[in-house]
Design a protein around this ligand. Structure first.
Ligand code: AMP
Ligand code: MG
Length: 605
């Protein structure tokens, strides 16, 4: 077989026209990109094909004589090269790809050129088989069986074809250039370990998040609640100020109010004392001051307040004061009406989460109630024969249910209403009934355990009956298995069983979904950089979330260390942690002293 010089694997799809090569590739590419492959595609077309249309600028410039026409925009660029004499060679065309950016080059057509190919065959076309006469064919995808030693795939089983391509790419060993620089070397190393898991889908953390969020819709139901009960709720409508805050111009200090055009007198006559909640109704004249308390309205004409500590009472003149400072500016220590909030100003937009300050602000505008999104109702239950409710004597071979309680806390923190369905027995019909009920009465259903690939748990059987649920493997640790889908439009999350994995999966996938449902669009957790106090091991190709403790070192820098052993069953590590340390897929080891991303957990768990 001719070896074309590519640093990435090359794989063709050979078939007679009419077999549906393009349609197949169109279905195949999303599966391959989803599995993390970056794909180059070379397609052979008929000699009269053209890229752009008459009238387009690039077309006009080519026709006007540009032999190479490079057109570029924000989203793509294309090089069109005129080759009137002779078609470019296959080998030359391969060099046109930027192979450092690719994991594989797929070729559609070029069936007479010698490079590895999958033969596509459909009986109905009544065309001859290619593989008996082409030693470059490495597999056959067909709708019928054929007598060959080559691997055979059903041409209609796109998953199986994707699986084959993925294994081919993963097992490809390049003999060109040292590959330490290329992303292919590391990718295929990491993919090799997961090529058996293309189906069910193998997703990155971001891909999982995107897929989930694309299906989540903000909840529409609105209720009025008293401000006193509003903590954690999400505003359903803008809060518009009906008043000026402060309502009237007032003193910011306990002290003496004078006129701003009367600064610098040796002494002032104190003509009144104004307490908060009262007022002095006359205009203040030059030479006069009023004794004024914080929050009390400044009298007409008085626009400057000097604090009490800078005033002395003149001996024998009880009603006369002088100031001990010469540093007095007109207008000082006075809060103007409407200075904090002007009447009709939008104070909070719909979607704002009400926390302590918001509660106070809303009350400060005079509202006793506010319109909020109805709390998201989340059903939770545990499954598994070994899982036992706390508060009962522990049976042999059992563990107490911790996940349900962790989830209760996490959901409460997000302002959800928890519907606790307890532990559901491993009985298919009971489970179907429980999940169906939950989906009909709640906004989201969460379970933990029983979603690993190969797990025989009943939850899978039940879910199969109920809706469209995907069993994913997320390229992350902990928390690889994740089931997600809809039971009659109600989002369902099947979280992993391990207690730490439950929390990490919740933080990564469930929390953003709940926040979106609550109307908080594009929420992202806070991430900051910290110096690793110890070496952190990870594996390339997956996102590693270690439990970390961050603090400040003697130089004031943010540093982080792990909580120690990182087993996904060690819930204590989550309790000791104040952050997750996130190591992204490209990185395999973080050395002590290097910078690493941390996700603080305060306020989230
Ligand atoms: P599974 O994914 O069902 O195989 O569960 C993985 C691990 O998590 C097993 O060791 C289970 O015993 C454990 N596990 C499953 N559900 C719970 C739960 N509700 N509370 C605590 N541990 C659990
Ligand atoms: Mg289980």
């Amino acid at each position: 077989m001719t070896q074309y010089k590519t640093s990435v694997p090359l794989l063709g799809f050979a078939a007679y026209s009419g077999t549906g090569k393009t349609t197949l590739l169109e279905q195949l590419l999303p599966k391959l990109t989803e599995a993390g492959l970056t794909i180059g595609l070379l397609k052979h077309a008929h000699h009269d094909f053209d890229v752009d249309k008459p009238g387009k600028d690039s077309y006009r410039l080519r026709k006007a004589g540009a032999t190479q026409m490079l057109i570029s925009s924000r989203n793509r660029h294309a090089l069109m090269t005129e080759t009137p004499q002779e078609e470019a060679s296959f080998e030359y065309l391969l060099t046109r790809f930027d192979q450092t950016e690719l994991d594989v080059i797929l070729v559609e057509g070029c069936k007479n050129i010698a490079f590895p190919k999958i033969e596509l065959h459909r009986d109905e076309l009544e065309k001859p088989w290619l593989h008996p006469n082409d030693s470059n064919i490495i597999a056959v995808a067909s709708d019928s069986d054929v007598d060959t030693d080559l691997p055979q795939i059903n041409i209609n089983d796109v998953d199986a074809i994707a699986q084959f391509v993925f294994s081919y790419v993963s097992n490809y060993v390049s003999d060109s250039v040292s590959e330490s620089h290329s992303k292919i070397a590391s990718k295929s190393a990491s993919n090799a370990a997961c090529c058996d898991t293309l189906s069910p889908a193998f997703l990155s953390v971001e891909q999982g998040q995107e897929k989930i969020l694309s299906t989540i819709k903000p909840i529409e139901l609105i209720q009025s609640i008293s401000v006193a009960d509003s903590y954690g709720s999400i505003l359903a409508e803008d809060i518009v100020s009906p008043i000026n805050v402060p309502q009237y111009t007032n003193s910011a200090m306990d002290g003496y109010a004078i006129r701003g055009d009367d600064i610098g007198q040796a002494a002032y006559n104190v003509v009144a004392e104004v307490m908060a909640g009262h007022s002095f109704e006359q205009e203040l004249k030059k030479g006069e001051a009023v004794k004024i308390m914080t929050g009390a309205p400044t009298p007409m004409g008085a626009d400057t307040v000097i604090m009490r500590e800078q005033a002395t009472q003149n001996d024998g003149q009880r009603n006369q004061i002088s100031f001990t400072t010469s540093d007095i500016r007109a207008g000082q220590n006075v809060r103007q009406a409407g200075e904090d909030l002007a009447k009709d100003q939008t104070v909070f937009e719909a979607g704002t989460k009400i926390q302590s300050a918001e509660m106070g602000m809303i009350a400060s505008l005079g509202f006793g109630e506010c319109r909020v999104k109805r709390k998201i109702r989340v059903a939770i239950f545990s499954t598994g024969d070994e899982v036992q409710a706390p508060g009962t004597p522990l049976k042999p071979n059992s563990i107490y249910d911790s996940n349900r309680f962790t989830l209760m806390g996490l959901l409460e923190k997000l302002g959800c209403e928890v519907v606790d369905l307890g532990i559901i027995e491993d009985d298919k019909s009971l489970m179907i009934e429980a999940i169906e009920n939950a989906a009909n009465t709640c906004d989201m259903v969460l379970t933990s355990g029983g979603v690993s690939v190969g797990d025989a748990d009943y939850i899978k059987l039940a879910l199969d009956k109920l809706g469209h649920i995907d069993f994913w493997r997320i390229n992350m640790r902990p928390g690889r298995p994740l089931a997600y889908g809809q039971i009659n439009t109600t989002p369902f999350f099947g979280l992993p069983g391990n207690p730490v994995a439950v929390m990490v999966s919740f933080l990564n996938f469930v929390e953003p979904a709940i926040r979106k449902m609550q109307g908080e669009a594009n929420w992202k957790p806070l991430k900051v950089q910290a110096l690793a106090e110890e070496s952190l091991r990870s594996r390339q190709g997956r996102t590693e979330f270690s439990r970390g403790v961050y603090s400040h070192n003697e130089f004031g820098q943010l540093t982080v260390k792990t909580t120690g052993k990182q087993g996904s069953g060690i819930l204590r590590s989550m309790s000791e942690a104040n952050c997750l340390i996130e190591i992204t897929p490209e990185v395999d080891t973080v050395k002590a002293g290097e910078s690493v991303t941390i996700i603080p957990l305060q306020g989230r768990i």
